[in-house]
Design a protein around this ligand. Structure first.
Ligand SMILES: Cc1ncc(COP(=O)(O)O)c(C=O)c1O
Length: 394
């Protein structure tokens, strides 16, 4: 792809960039910026960036870690050992999953791992299975690294879990990697024990590496035990899981996450990582250790806040005759666009008429065209104020 000719020189850009299309949120972003430039106030229920504060003890640890020896030096590629041990303890305490140090890798946010898992596992042209709808990074990373995407539909009638029978075709079965994401963005769906067991069996039968992006592992119903894919693949034969401090601990800007699971895959991921970047700033890794040692009651209090917001949102949506998927996973509500609208028309109208940002479903794939996503990342009063402005639909 020739981007442009400058002073007689052709500026040639990776032609796979052209396959990515326009940045998913751009159209709505442009409209939002126009409204903001007119001096109007906007309620943004678009982005999944928690509004809640960082626990003071995490901030305290971040600051005091500036005093550790060599805090400013290159951190170890695979992560500070103390943090790796804390992640191991978390998996043992919460999931009863035993991990060794070489089965853990610290990441600069889980998004880093999601991108690097593609070249760690795939050659050019290899297949990566993902769902439609899904977090857009799976598709963009797959395309950028020269692999091929295969999409499995997520349907409301199956509680937004993929149907494994869908994959009878030979090409799909030759894929190297299957990325799932439960609790699920954007639908909020939570996977059952049977689903995990079936998909692990399916992937091991077909020599496919199964990767669960568990960014929202702790954002579920109060007092419920969270689940990990690794609970059902005790020998870590073909599974890996990503986790992050971003959502549970309101640490999106810290950029800290991890990968755990099959040690060959972790090693390959580390090879990519160590060749392309370095470890996260050490004080941030210490802050993450502190986060993982917070009481379970803290996590329950976070769940309580989102569940409370969800209940209020559901009451108003019902009132407005807007259908939504009833769930307790993540901090998103996946709603059906009212009749006679496309998702873009609807989100654009809500933005222009009421100055509320919601995310059009197509941002997550073609099967999102009849949906829109609400992020419960504002306080309850603001969410209620926003949703009460919606019209009542027939
Ligand atoms: C499903 C999913 N995975 C991963 C991420 C990225 O998280 P991190 O901040 O750890 O990169 C997000 C962020 O929105 C997400 O929704």
């Amino acid at each position: 792809m020739i981007d442009r000719i400058l002073g007689g020189i052709k500026v040639k850009i990776n032609n796979r960039i052209a396959t990515l299309g326009e940045y998913h949120f751009k159209k709505i972003d442009d409209e939002k910026n126009k409204i903001l430039s007119e001096g109007k106030k906007i309620i943004d229920l678009g982005i999944g960036d928690p509004d809640l504060p960082v626990h003071p003890s995490i901030l305290k640890e971040l600051i005091s870690a500036l005093a550790i020896k060599n805090f400013n030096k290159y951190p170890p590629y695979d992560g500070v050992e103390k943090l790796k041990k804390q992640i191991i303890k978390y998996y043992s305490d919460v999931y009863s999953v035993k991990l060794d140090l070489d089965e853990v890798l610290v990441l600069i946010g889980s998004k880093e791992g999601i991108s690097n898992i593609i070249p760690a596992v795939c050659n050019f042209g290899d297949g990566v299975i993902m769902t439609d709808p899904s977090y857009p990074v799976y598709e963009t990373a797959t395309k950028l690294w020269g692999a091929v995407t295969y999409k499995i539909p997520l349907k409301g009638k199956n509680s937004f879990l993929p149907e494994l029978d869908y994959m009878l075709d030979g090409d799909i079965l030759r894929s190297k990697l299957f990325i799932i994401n439960y609790p699920n963005n954007p639908t909020g769906a939570v996977a059952s024990e049977n689903f995990y067991k079936d998909i692990i069996k399916f992937c091991s039968h077909n020599d496919i590496i199964l990767c669960n992006d568990s960014a929202y592992n702790e954002i579920i119903e109060e007092n419920k035990a969270p689940t990990s894919l690794l609970q059902y693949d005790i020998d870590k034969k073909n599974c890996i899981e990503f986790g992050t401090m971003s959502k549970t601990y309101n640490m999106t800007g810290f950029r800290i996450g991890y990968a755990v699971g099959n040690k060959d895959v972790i090693k390959a991921l580390l090879t990519i990582k160590s060749n392309l970047d370095s470890g996260q700033f050490k004080p941030i890794q210490y802050a993450a250790i502190r986060a993982l040692t917070l009481e379970r009651s803290y996590i329950n209090s976070i769940r309580h806040i989102y569940n409370d917001r969800r209940k209020s949102a559901e009451i108003i949506l019902k009132n407005k005759n807007i259908e939504f998927f009833k769930t307790t996973g993540t901090f998103y509500v996946w709603c059906k666009v009212p009749n006679n609208y496309t998702t873009y028309e609807f989100c654009s109208e809500v933005l222009k008429k009421h100055q509320i940002v919601i995310t059009p479903g197509y941002s997550f794939g073609n099967l999102g065209h009849q949906y829109f996503r609400i992020a419960l990342t504002k306080d309850k009063v603001t969410i209620e104020e926003a949703l009460n402005k919606f019209s009542r639909y027939k």
